[in-house]
Ligand binder design. Structure first.
Ligand code: GLP
Length: 242
């Protein structure tokens, strides 16, 4: 794991955007794996600026998002499809037909099979962006007694439901299930960027980097990946011995 420590969230966002910029320059038709949550929003804003001011061209890029809530259509403003459209896709020159988010509406088995096939047919993911859940989840791979390899349906952990309530009217409105890329799907990405910000992630980030590899801390599996860059601010790294 390469660890890149930044002073603050803005510097984290710029650094992550620079690495994505380089990936798109290197391979204009690359496959980018993208994430939702509040952490990557600043990165997406930097990429929008790069598109507007530096001509960063997304016309050939294909994206696959990590996860989607079950039961929400793309026009629901709490869905991850809606989030991606509004935080990024509508502001850059990527054809919407090149953007993919798991389908939370159709039968889960079908949605999962189709998503795995799609990623395989694209030739895999060149660069996968990840945030980190408060309980160590990546995508919606929650702490469990084993790692699940492929895209699958999950029951969300209470900690995740509580953390994500801030985006909904109240806790009862938070979906209880989601479709997520599996740990194997994520680990097959050729490069991974893990973005972590803020003191409230300091304990879990230390476990991810220095703790045992265990499905109880799903992101700890990233220790085994050959090309992971952790971009984290000082606050998030405040409990990590480097
Ligand atoms: C959600 C998403 C994750 C994301 C996590 C952290 O649960 N499914 O992909 O990494 O939230 O979100 P935040 O960046 O807002 O802390």
């Amino acid at each position: 794991m390469r660890i890149h420590k930044t002073k603050n969230y803005d510097e984290l966002s710029r650094k992550a955007a620079d690495l994505i910029f380089a990936q798109v320059m290197l391979r204009p038709a690359c496959v980018l794996g993208l994430a939702t949550g509040s952490t990557p929003i600043g990165t997406y804003q930097c990429l929008i600026q790069d598109h507007q001011n530096k001509g960063l061209d997304f016309s050939q890029v294909v994206t696959v998002n990590l996860d989607e809530y079950r039961g929400l259509t793309g026009d629901n403003d709490q869905s991850y499809r809606y989030f991606m459209n509004h935080q990024l896709f509508h502001h850059i020159n990527i054809p919407l037909s090149h953007t993919n988010v798991p389908n939370g509406i159709i039968a889960p088995d079908k949605a999962c099979d189709e998503y795995e096939r799609l990623i395989r047919n694209l030739g895999g993911i060149d660069m996968q962006v990840l945030g980190l859940g408060h309980n160590g989840h990546i995508g919606f791979n929650e702490p469990a007694d084993h790692f699940v390899a492929d895209t699958h349906q999950v029951d969300l952990a209470q900690k995740t439901i509580d953390a994500n309530t801030r985006f909904f009217a109240n806790v009862d409105a938070v979906p209880r299930q989601a479709i997520t890329m599996g740990i194997g799907t994520i680990m097959k990405a050729r490069k991974i960027l893990l973005l972590v910000s803020g003191e409230e992630k300091a304990d879990i980030l230390n476990q991810v980097i220095n703790g045992p590899i265990t499905p109880l801390v799903p992101a700890s599996i990233l220790q085994l990946h050959p090309d992971v860059t952790v971009i984290a601010d000082e606050a998030a790294l405040s409990k990590t011995a480097l």
